[in-house]
Design a protein around this ligand. Structure first.
Ligand SMILES: NC(=O)c1ccc[n+]([C@@H]2O[C@H](COP(=O)([O-])OP(=O)(O)OC[C@H]3O[C@@H](n4cnc5c(N)ncnc54)[C@H](OP(=O)(O)O)[C@@H]3O)[C@@H](O)[C@H]2O)c1
Length: 316
């Protein structure tokens, strides 16, 4: 992709070095309290210059962790392809970045395009690395638990991926507590300890707290990164007066219009009052709640504009 202007990262990007990073469990890795996710708004259907501007803004403000999965973007894989283009800008900064990707959900047709087989995980990461123009990712996740594949097969594939140098650390996302326990033991015994668990946590969904996932991670020295802290935009001012044409809900796919209920609007009005008292926007109030939960290492936000990200980063 042709670049009109060369990107030079801000010299101020680590100005908040002492306050804006948390140690990830018992590991040598520190992550920003807010990280950037590429699920929506970074695929081939999004304007490249906007994706580029959001990513530059993030890195210029100390956001060193970017999160992907094989099937992010429309079409699948295109968010990783966008990152491949962004490597024109970020190659000089590769060693400052912590980049994750995942495999687990549907990616390609046939018998080996989803779930947790060794065949799928290995092939998927190879594809991701090509799209992202990377030699390795910092973190590779099993994106969901596969009840039909022996757990040892999935876990050994993750261990071997680390041995091959294709990922530096292992993550687990969306697994229930019991297989998570087994994973922590297995990975520790195989000298590839689990770095982090990724789970949905926001004011409308507190499952990782209620199910004891975060407590367990803390006890085991495993980090926890929260995704969809704004419930995909529900916990913002975005839908107070209707459904904006450029919003995620307007696509009515991952965020359905029927989520905009009278109960939600009443809740948002209460949250808005609470937010005002703290001099916050609704989004900042919702995000601050997630960041304040015990055991949360980082919180993965999405953004469709630099302005949204800038508002959210004011919390740091
Ligand atoms: N492991 C998993 O299974 C899993 C699942 C989901 C997500 N994730 C990760 O978590 C990341 C974040 O997920 P998410 O995008 O659902 O997070 P989110 O932060 O809950 O939602 C992001 C959306 O909220 C809106 N928004 C953000 N800041 C705003 C602001 N200040 N004011 C008004 N609206 C604002 C935007 O909606 P509009 O686009 O409509 O403007 C934005 O796209 C993903 O990119 C991915 O990396 C992981």
């Amino acid at each position: 992709m042709r670049m009109d202007t060369r990107y030079i990262a801000s010299e101020e990007r680590y100005a908040k070095m002492d306050t804006m990073y948390n140690r990830c469990g018992k590991s040598g890795v520190r992550l920003p309290k807010i990280s950037l996710g590429f699920w929506h708004n970074f695929g081939a259907d999004a304007p490249y210059e906007r994706s580029r501007a959001i990513t530059h803004y993030a890195f210029d403000h100390g956001i060193t962790h970017f999160d992907f999965a094989n099937n992010y973007g429309t079409p699948y894989g295109s968010a990783e392809t966008t990152w491949g283009h962004l490597m024109d800008d970020f190659a000089p900064y590769r060693d400052e970045l912590f980049i994750s990707t995942k495999a687990g959900y549907d990616m390609w047709p046939g018998l080996f395009g989803e779930w947790g087989s060794r065949k799928y995980l290995m092939a998927s990461l190879d594809q991701s690395l090509k799209r992202m123009k990377l030699d390795y990712v910092d973190l590779f996740y099993s994106h969901r638990f596969d009840p039909n594949t022996p757990i040892e097969e999935t876990l050994q594939a993750l261990v071997d991926i680390v041995r091959q140098g294709k990922a530096l650390y292992i993550g687990i996302s969306n697994w229930p507590l019991e297989p998570l326990r087994q994973a922590v033991t297995y990975l520790r015994e195989h000298d590839a300890p689990l770095l982090i668990y990724q789970g949905r946590l926001n004011l409308l969904n507190r499952e990782p707290i209620d199910e004891g996932i975060i407590d367990f991670c803390q006890q085991q020295g495993v980090g926890f990164i929260a995704f969809s802290p704004l419930a995909q935009g529900l916990l913002t001012d975005r839908y107070l007066d209707g459904i904006p044409a450029d919003s995620r809900m307007a696509h009515n796919h991952f965020l359905k219009a029927d989520r905009r209920t009278p109960e939600l609007l009443t809740y948002l009005q209460q949250l808005q009052q609470q937010a005002k008292a703290a001099n916050h926007t609704i989004a900042q109030e919702a995000l601050a709640w997630v960041m304040a939960q015990k055991g949360v290492t980082s919180t993965l936000v999405g953004a469709s504009s630099v302005e949204q990200l800038a508002t959210n980063l004011q919390l740091l």
